[in-house]
Design a protein around this ligand. Structure first.
Ligand SMILES: [Zn+2]
Length: 448
C-alpha cells in the first residue's frame, strides 16, 4: 500500500518536472503565434483590391510594351510600384535594371528589364536574407487565341496573374516594415516572368555569384482565382509547391509554412504538393532552387485556364477575400522566418551529417549554432519515419549542442533540428541528410 503511494507520488513529480519544461516551450511558442496573429490581422481588403485595380488599369504590363507612357504599359506600372514601396517608411527601394538584346523565341526585341526590389534590413550581425516575391509583368494571347510575342499591345490586365501576388507583396511590406526583424527581407516584384522567368533568373544568379546567404524564397503567383473552368470551386486552401527530394530544404520550407499556418490561420488549409511546380509551367522560385537555395511557390487551389493570359483576367474574375487568406499565410511565414533564430547547421566541415550511433545502437545528434544562447528557449529534435511526409514527434533538447536517443536506429528514421527563440518563433528544421556516396576509381587490369 505504502509502496504504491510512493510510486504514485514519484510519477506525479516526474510528470510535473518534465511536463513543466514541455509546457514552458509550448507557452513560449504561444507568444510567437500571438505576435504573428496581430500582424496578420492588419491586412486590409481595401489595400489589396486597390493594388490589383491600379495595376490592371495600365492595360498591359507586357515586358516588351511601351515603357515611356505614364498611363499605359509596363514602364508606367513600374514607376507606380516604385512609388508605392517608397511610401513605406523603413524600406530601401532598388530599381534592379538590365538591358537585354533580342534573343530566343519570346524576347523578340531589345528591351530593358526592371525588377522592383524593396529591402527591409534585419538587425542580425551576420547577413540572412528572406526573399518574398511576385511578378508584375503580364502577357495575353492575341485575338486568334495564340501567343504572338511581338503582339505587345493586346490588353493583358493580369489581375490574377500576377497583380494578386503583387498586392499581397505590397501589403506584407507595409505590415512588416515597421517591425524589428533579425533577417533582411527582399520584397521583389519580378519582371519578364512571362518571357521565361527572366527577372528572377538574373536575380537568383546575382545572389549566388555574390555569395549572399538567401535562407528562403517564397513566390506568390496567381493567388486569387477560386473557380475552375470545369465548375469546381475552392476557396478553402492554397497549394504550396516544393521540389523533391523529401528531405530537401525547399520541402522543409513548405512544411514550415504549413505548420505556421495551422496555428495562425487555422481556418485555411495549406495543401503541400510534393512537386517543383505544375506540369509545363514555371515559377519565379525555380531559378533560386536551381542555384541551390530553398524555394517554394504559392498558387490558388483551382485554376481557370480560359481566363489566364487573356483580357478577361480582371478583378471581377477573382476573389479578393481569397487573396487575403493566402496573404495571411505568406505574411505569417515570412515574418516568422525573419524573426526566428538562424537555423542550426547539422553537417560538419566536409558536409557529413553530425549524426552518430552513440555507444553503438543509439542516435546521437550533434549540431553547430553560433547565435546568442540567451535569446533562445532551446533546440528541438524532430523525428519521422523515412516514408512519412511530415515530422511525427519532437523532443525538447535544451540549450546544449547534442542529444542522445538511446536504442534508436539512425538508419531507420529521419532526424531534424530546429531552434526556438525566446520570442516564441522557431527556425526551419535542418534535416540530417544521407550524403551521396563518392564514386571510386581503382587501378586494375582485367584478366583474360
Ligand atoms: Zn504568373
Amino acid at each position: 500500500m505504502k509502496k504504491s503511494v510512493f510510486f504514485l507520488t514519484l510519477i506525479f513529480l516526474v510528470t510535473i518536472i518534465f511536463g513543466h519544461s514541455f509546457l514552458n516551450a509550448q507557452e513560449i511558442e504561444g507568444r510567437g503565434y500571438e505576435f504573428l496573429k496581430k500582424a496578420v490581422a492588419q491586412i486590409s481588403e481595401e489595400n489589396i483590391a486597390g493594388t490589383i485595380k491600379s495595376l490592371q488599369a495600365f492595360k498591359t504590363r507586357n515586358l516588351l510594351s511601351e515603357q515611356k507612357s505614364d498611363t499605359f504599359g509596363i514602364g508606367a506600372a513600374r514607376r507606380w510600384l516604385i512609388k508605392e514601396f517608397q511610401k513605406i517608411p523603413g524600406l530601401e527601394v532598388v530599381d534592379d535594371g538590365y538591358f537585354l538584346p533580342a534573343q530566343g523565341q519570346r524576347m523578340v526585341r531589345d528591351t530593358e528589364l526592371h525588377n522592383v526590389v524593396a529591402v527591409k534590413k534585419g538587425k542580425a550581425a551576420k547577413e540572412r536574407i528572406i526573399i518574398v516575391n511576385a511578378h508584375y509583368d503580364t502577357i495575353a494571347v492575341s485575338r486568334d487565341g495564340r501567343f504572338h510575342y511581338d503582339d505587345v499591345n493586346t490588353e493583358a490586365p493580369g489581375a490574377n496573374d500576377d497583380a494578386s501576388g503583387v498586392a499581397a507583396l505590397l501589403e506584407m511590406a507595409r505590415i512588416i516594415a515597421p517591425r524589428e526583424t533579425e533577417a533582411t527581407i527582399h520584397f521583389i516584384a519580378f519582371s519578364g516572368e512571362e518571357q521565361g522567368l527572366v527577372g528572377s533568373t538574373l536575380y537568383a544568379r546575382k545572389m549566388k555569384e555574390q555569395g549572399r546567404k538567401v535562407e528562403a524564397v517564397l513566390a506568390m503567383d496567381m493567388i486569387g482565382n477560386i473557380k475552375a473552368g470545369n465548375g469546381y470551386i475552392d476557396s478553402t486552401r492554397v497549394r504550396v509547391f516544393s521540389d523533391d527530394p523529401s528531405d530537401s530544404p525547399s520541402r522543409e520550407l513548405a512544411r514550415y509554412v504549413r505548420k505556421v499556418a495551422e496555428q495562425v490561420v487555422p481556418s485555411f488549409e495549406v495543401s503541400l504538393i510534393f512537386r517543383a511546380d505544375r506540369f509545363g509551367r514555371g515559377g519565379d522560385h525555380t531559378p533560386f532552387v536551381q542555384e541551390g537555395f530553398a524555394g517554394i511557390r504559392f498558387t490558388e487551389a483551382r485554376e481557370n485556364y480560359s481566363i489566364q493570359h487573356t483580357p478577361q483576367d480582371t478583378i471581377e474574375n477573382l476573389s479578393v477575400s481569397y487573396v487575403m487568406d493566402i496573404t495571411r499565410v505568406v505574411l505569417a511565414s515570412v515574418l516568422s522566418l525573419a524573426c526566428a533564430p538562424e537555423t542550426p547547421a547539422v553537417t560538419g566541415q566536409r558536409g557529413a551529417p553530425l549524426l552518430g550511433r552513440g555507444r553503438g545502437y543509439d542516435a546521437e545528434l550533434r549540431w553547430n549554432w553560433e547565435g546568442d544562447r540567451e535569446k533562445i528557449a532551446g533546440f528541438k529534435v524532430y523525428v519521422r519515419d523515412t516514408k512519412s511526409p511530415f515530422w511525427e514527434r519532437y523532443y525538447f533538447a535544451g540549450k546544449g549542442d547534442s542529444f542522445l536517443l538511446e536504442n534508436v536506429s539512425i538508419d531507420d528514421l529521419t532526424f531534424g533540428l530546429s531552434v526556438l527563440g525566446m520570442n516564441g518563433l522557431e527556425s526551419p528544421v535542418s534535416t540530417y541528410r544521407m550524403p551521396p556516396r563518392r564514386r571510386v576509381e581503382y587501378n586494375f587490369r582485367e584478366l583474360k
